[in-house]
Design a protein around this ligand. Structure first.
Ligand code: AVJ
Length: 324
């Protein structure tokens, strides 16, 4: 089957990203304490850096989730049933879905949704090449906003959402709830297969976000280089350092970019000051307990099904029945 151009199913123009990158950088500069959404990490370079993070020895989530999916693919596929349709939220490089596709019985269609359009298009073409008979329809959209999807195919089986990688951990509990409610609407009568990183030894968490090669630092700093590339800001990247630590009371890793000195940054002729030690909060990565994730899911109208974990209980993959 010929691969198609990505569908752009945002609710309108670029502003339907909830905001544009330019507006969010401006808001970061004008608001205190300073913060910006982690969704802006993922331009072309950021997506590649993230892929490199996934291969790091310290970053256990990707490897562990892949092992869980590999080991239980058959059982997961049997829950999906025949001719199921997979909707992947924040599909990235489309690596993990291959494990599911290989085990499924005649998957009807695959709809990968991602905000990073070019990266998605390229990966979709590659996937299409390897799965010639599969209907691959990439969707460029911000799934944290309202989501419109093509209607289910006439003879399709279940619609199954796939949200791996513990990306749900980027959301605050309120945002996670909102996402699950919206996903429940899109997946009505089907299910959600979701990966959630688990609460564990803080030293293990700390190492995963402070790798020895400094790839995570580059990934974090990329949001500022991206602003320089796309918006003409003049952030001096060498004057910010990568800070990542576990906030135990909130069960989350926090990432920040901290100014090494007093400095001034300008955008469109306007200047903004950073104090020495002033931080830009760039990411939260929440860690879950099984009960905590189930409580969220139930609150959003899902019914918890099986949970798959690695023997060391580092990571969890959940089958959640969507509301009827
Ligand atoms: C893609 C959001 C799941 O939180 O672990 C990796 C992103 N940030 N290293 C995560 C990330 C720093 C990742 N998620």
């Amino acid at each position: 089957m010929l691969s198609r151009d990505p569908l752009h199913l945002e609710t309108g123009d670029a502003k339907s990203h909830g905001s544009t990158f330019a507006a969010d950088v401006r808001a970061m500069l004008t608001t205190r304490p300073r913060s910006i959404s982690p969704k802006w990490f993922y331009d072309e370079r950021g997506s590649k850096l993230f892929d490199a993070i996934c291969d790091l020895p310290e970053y256990y989530p990707t490897r562990t989730e892949l092992a869980i999916l590999t080991q239980h693919a058959g059982e997961i596929a049997s829950h999906m049933g025949e001719r199921a349709e997979i909707v992947e939220f924040g599909a990235g490089s489309l690596r993990k879905v291959r494990l599911l596709l290989d085990a499924m019985q005649g998957p009807a269609r695959y709809l990968p949704i991602d905000i990073s359009g070019e990266h998605l298009a390229r990966c979709a073409v590659e996937l299409q090449r390897d799965y010639a008979g599969l209907d691959v329809q990439p969707v460029v959209a911000d799934y944290t906003q309202r989501l419109l999807l093509p209607a289910p195919l006439p003879h399709a089986g279940k619609r199954v959402g796939f949200f791996p990688g513990s990306t749900i951990g980027n959301f605050t509990p309120d945002e996670a709830m909102h996402f699950l409610v919206v996903a429940g609407q899109v997946l009505r009568g089907g299910a959600l297969l979701i990966g959630a990183d688990l609460v564990k030894d803080p030293d293990v968490l700390h190492a995963a976000y402070n790798d020895a090669q400094g790839v995570t630092a580059q990934f974090n700093l990329n949001v500022l280089s991206r602003a320089n590339r796309e918006l003409g800001t003049n952030f001096d990247i060498s004057k910010f350092w990568h800070s990542a630590f576990y906030n135990a009371p909130q069960s989350r890793i926090e990432m920040h970019l901290v100014s090494r000195a007093r400095q001034r940054v300008s955008i469109n002729g306007e200047s903004f000051d950073f104090d020495e030690g002033e931080a830009i909060h760039t990411e939260n990565s929440y860690k879950f307990t099984i009960e905590g994730l189930h409580a969220l899911a139930v609150h959003a109208g899902f019914r918890p099904g099986p949970v798959w974990m690695d023997p060391e209980r580092m990571f969890s993959v959940h089958w959640l029945h969507a509301p009827a």
